[in-house]
Design a protein around this ligand. Structure first.
Ligand SMILES: C[S@@+](CC[C@H](N)C(=O)[O-])C[C@H]1O[C@@H](n2cnc3c(N)ncnc32)[C@H](O)[C@@H]1O
Length: 413
């Protein structure tokens, strides 16, 4: 059985995240925006995936990509499906990925479908969700009830010469992400704002293949009930924990959280935020350890199972800095992160995985990377390569930003 996922804004990050958890052999890209994973959909840990927006059930695969033929198929199949849905108003939405069809064309197909469903069952009222683009976004899916029993979002993915037709089952809980980000009591814009979704991606890249205990059967949980966190007997260390965003996500995934930061103020912030989260999500079994410490010389005890962090990113430039200023910032970041990796190498057992977000700078068309990236083997680490990125850098970047976060995924030799 396969699971189908619609990936986020940077699809390569979502693919690498899936590869990390499920193995390259189990994951393949479908078009430029989706991934097929050879995992039973009931066992897929969608809640912890920061890089996948929608979780879909594959309905069928068509041997062509011609929209008129796809439409013809839908007009014959959809009325029958609609009859199997509960009585009441039906909400219908269409999302097409990698097709060249205009938004109007997709919308026209949705309206034809509505007509076909209504002529087969005149008592059925159908509301079509208007497409602003060829695919509906997560907020539209939620606000238009498309994943409720009376909702139907049909997803079309152009996959080479074929079309995958799927139905959305679940989408990322954007309200919960927002509440964890903006609702936490202690925030500090000076240490940057790590988005919770990116924190999840960093942890998943550090985690590697998931143990069986993490693969909860979500089909056993009644629809609408919250999915309880599984307690994993593993500890995530964040040696640059700041306000604790990454540790918050680690706790929600079922890990024990271990955070250190050079500033006492940050440790206080993390403690307040993690107390708040534990209370909000009733994480009664969660374990938190926080200490003030300089990552370049701190002793962490006990040794963690994985290390996941957004490291020191230097000055938050809003415009391209002069060369000498950039060189100074690069050097400062390089020294702190290199010494941290050397310190960690002395303490981590061989085989421990790490994912560190480190700065890279977009200077016009040129991207400047930290020099230490070319010396990871000398520092005691092997790099984890992902098929999804084909040896390229794994970077989280917003088009308007100078400082990007480069995700280093490495294993202690
Ligand atoms: C980019 S912020 C991380 C933000 C964090 N992800 C969060 O959720 O708030 C970097 C953090 O590294 C800390 N830091 C800088 N140099 C450090 C060092 N040598 N050892 C430990 N922490 C350090 C800073 O105090 C800051 O909190």
């Amino acid at each position: 059985m396969q699971s189908l996922l619609i990936l986020g804004r940077q699809p390569e990050l979502g693919l690498a995240e899936l590869e990390s958890l499920y193995g390259a052999g189990q994951v393949r890209a479908a078009g430029s925006q989706a991934a097929l994973v050879d995992v039973d959909p009931c066992l897929l840990t969608f809640n912890r995936l920061g890089g996948s927006q929608k979780f879909c059930k594959v309905l069928t695969t068509l041997d062509n990509t011609n929209w008129s033929k796809i439409e013809k198929f839908l007009l014959s199949a959809a009325p029958g499906h609609a009859q199997s849905m509960p009585d009441g108003k039906m909400h219908l939405g269409l999302s097409a990925y990698d097709f060249k069809e205009t938004t109007q064309r997709i919308q026209a197909t949705a309206l034809k479908l509505k007509k076909a469903i209504r002529s087969a069952d005149p008592n059925r009222s159908v509301r079509v969700v208007p497409n602003k683009e060829s695919a509906l976004n997560t907020a539209q899916v939620i606000h238009n009830n498309l994943t409720t029993p009376n909702g139907w979002e049909l997803v079309f993915i152009k996959d080479g010469q074929q079309t995958i037709v799927a139905q959305t089952v679940k989408v990322q809980d954007i309200a919960a992400y927002g509440a964890r980000d903006q609702g936490r009591p202690a925030r500090d814009s000076r240490v940057g704002m790590l988005p919770p979704k990116l924190a999840q991606i960093i942890i998943n890249l550090a985690a590697g293949p998931l143990p069986e205990s993490a693969q909860q059967n979500i089909c056993d949980i009644p629809a609408g009930d919250p999915i309880p966190p599984t307690i994993l007997n593993q500890t995530v260390l964040d040696p640059f924990c700041g306000t604790g965003v990454l540790l918050q996500e680690a706790l929600l995934m079922g890990y024990a959280a271990y955070g250190t930061d050079i500033e006492k103020r940050m440790i206080d912030y993390s403690r307040r935020n993690l107390d708040w989260l534990t209370d909000k999500y009733q994480l009664t079994d969660s374990s938190v350890q926080l200490e003030q410490g300089d990552a370049t010389n701190h002793n962490w005890s006990p040794a963690p199972n994985l290390v996941a962090a957004e490291g020191y990113l230097g000055k938050p430039f809003t415009t391209a800095p002069p060369r000498d200023v950039l060189a100074q910032t690069m050097n400062e970041c390089n020294v702190i992160i290199r010494k941290t990796l050397q310190n960690l190498a002395k303490q981590l057992p061989s085989g421990t995985r790490l994912c560190l977000a480190v700065p890279a700078w977009h200077m016009g068309s040129k991207i400047m990377h930290l020099p230490l990236i070319d010396h990871l083997p000398e520092l005691g680490y092997n790099t984890v390569d992902f098929e999804a990125t084909k040896g390229l850098h794994l970077t989280y970047h917003r088009p308007d930003q100078i400082v990007a976060r480069e995700l280093l995924v490495i294993i202690r030799k």
